[in-house]
Design a protein around this ligand. Structure first.
Ligand code: S3P
Length: 185
């Protein structure tokens, strides 16, 4: 079983995913990093060449490939839920953990992350903060729909977040897909 982290940019998927993988002794894969390695280009360059449309096509291939793996912690890009096919694949191959955070926190984290320039091209013609607010609202129902477990990381350290996810997995991972329950923390 894989552990799949979804959520908007800056919610902590990569940082928490790495910690989770260390604590569980599972391999960590960052889908965006994998995509960039596979194409030999930054996400920004892919957007420059073929726009978001090209990026989403490549992202879909990458998700299908990664879903062939087992026992990995997989951090996905923030827009992975935009394609129905990705959702179908992810549901099939793992437990889906949604990380959330408020717009102010996300804005600060994105600004403070040195990889944002290459990995996070603009997605709308809005200002940075307005884009976050707009897309958070637009995507929220998509994220909620697929999540098995939801964790707000606004006031939680990455270590504590990883522990909360582990507690959830220990309590529910076996058989919880069948009972279709969703938990919040
Ligand atoms: C995107 C988020 C990015 C990356 C790409 C598109 C999005 O990943 O996949 O820039 O649509 O929200 P992170 O969520 O890791 O920043």
């Amino acid at each position: 079983m894989n552990i799949i982290l979804i959520g908007f940019r800056g919610t902590g998927k990569t940082t928490i995913g790495k910690m989770l993988s260390q604590r569980l002794g599972m391999e960590f894969i960052d889908a965006d990093e994998y995509l960039e390695g596979k194409k030999g280009k930054s996400i920004k360059d892919i957007f420059s060449e073929g726009g978001e449309k090209l990026f989403r096509e490549i992202e879909m291939q990458v998700i299908a490939e990664l879903c062939l793996c087992n026992d990995r912690v997989i951090a996905t890009g923030g827009g992975v839920v935009l394609r129905e096919e990705n959702i179908r694949q992810l549901r099939r191959c793992g437990v889906i953990v949604l990380l959330e955070a408020g717009a102010d926190t996300i804005y600060k984290r994105i600004r403070g992350d040195g990889t944002s320039q290459q990995r996070r091209p603009g997605l709308t013609d809005r200002g940075e903060y307005q884009e976050i607010e707009y897309l958070l609202e637009f995507r929220k129902p998509l994220y909620d729909k697929v999540a098995d477990f939801v964790l707000d990381t606004t006031r939680v350290s990455p270590g504590d977040a990883a522990n909360k996810i582990i507690t959830f997995l220990r309590a529910h991972a076996l058989g919880f897909k069948k009972s279709n329950q969703k938990e919040r923390s």
